[in-house]
Design a protein around this ligand. Structure first.
Ligand SMILES: Nc1ncnc2c1ncn2[C@@H]1O[C@H](COP(=O)(O)OP(=O)(O)OP(=O)(O)O)[C@@H](O)[C@H]1O
Length: 253
């Protein structure tokens, strides 16, 4: 089976500063793949490269067997046109640390917006589907609320429903609970756990080691723009092999 995500020697630099220094990894279909590491290690940048928010400088990055952002002919790479990039991005849902909802739209309008605007779905079908998704994330009764009338945890669950509304084949989570008050974290993790059980392929940048241990299928520890250690979450978290992993985990566990 084709890997959902494959990175081969992925490099990314900003203004001459190398942030990703040759990332090699594979995320299988249906896998919950957790990325951990200290601040500044390049985790968000890697997710952003998968979702076309940044362009890699070297290496190869594939989603579901397709090169991200490029077409290869012989040895040469050609950048995809904007419309082709948009097409690739449709298959990827992303959830950010800050929920980024449209403040002037209700929860249901936030969720139905992309299917209407991007996919051309008619409004009543899009609304129906959005209501089902809000129900799925436990917010069936909040469909008419504006973001300002929702808690951070509820806003994040709307953001998850919004990403799901495009029927992605891959979901990226960039520290989805870091901006939440501690008592709101559990509800968001429960929604992510349900999603994992439904077979969604997920890459999760997280500091929630309990979630990684219980739900994750694979875990990668990144530091300084490289993959230091990878394996099953329980193995890496309980028996890390590298000093850098041990030192990081001793601070967060
Ligand atoms: N657009 C940008 N321009 C310049 N530097 C950037 C840009 N985006 C990220 N960086 C730098 O790249 C490095 C890695 O950042 P990144 O956000 O990927 O790390 P991270 O591991 O996700 O950290 P955190 O856990 O704090 O979010 C940091 O030093 C950051 O300052």
């Amino acid at each position: 089976m084709t890997a959902m995500v494959k990175a081969e020697g992925v490099h990314k630099s900003f203004g001459g500063v190398q942030v990703l220094k040759g990332i090699d990894l594979e995320v299988e279909q249906g896998e919950v793949f957790c990325l951990i590491g200290p601040s500044g290690s390049g985790k968000s940048t890697f997710l952003r490269c998968i979702n076309h928010l940044e362009k890699i400088n070297a290496g190869r990055l594939y989603v579901d067997g397709e090169l991200v952002g490029y077409r290869q002919k012989g040895d040469k790479l050609y950048e995809l046109k904007d419309s082709e990039v948009a097409q690739q991005r449709r298959d990827i849902g992303m959830v950010f640390q800050r929920f980024n909802l449209f403040p002037h739209m209700t929860a249901v309008e936030n969720v139905m917006e992309a299917p209407v605007q991007v996919k051309g779905l008619n409004r009543s079908a899009a609304r129906q589907r959005a209501l089902e998704l809000l129900d799925r994330v436990g917010l069936g009764d909040k469909a008419g609320n504006y973001p300002s009338q929702l808690s951070g945890g509820q806003q994040q669950r709307v953001a998850i429903a919004r990403a799901l509304a495009m029927d992605p084949k891959l979901m990226l989570f960039d520290e989805p609970t870091s901006a939440l008050d501690p008592e709101l974290v559990g509800d968001v993790l429960d929604v992510m756990r349900d999603l994992a059980e439904s077979g969604m392929t997920m890459i999760v940048v997280t500091h929630e080691m309990g979630f990684a241990r219980e739900v994750g299928d694979s875990l990668v520890f990144m530091d300084g723009g490289v993959v230091v250690e990878s394996g099953h979450p329980r193995e890496v978290l309980t028996d890390p092999q590298h000093e850098r992993t041990k030192s990081f985990l001793s601070k967060v566990l």
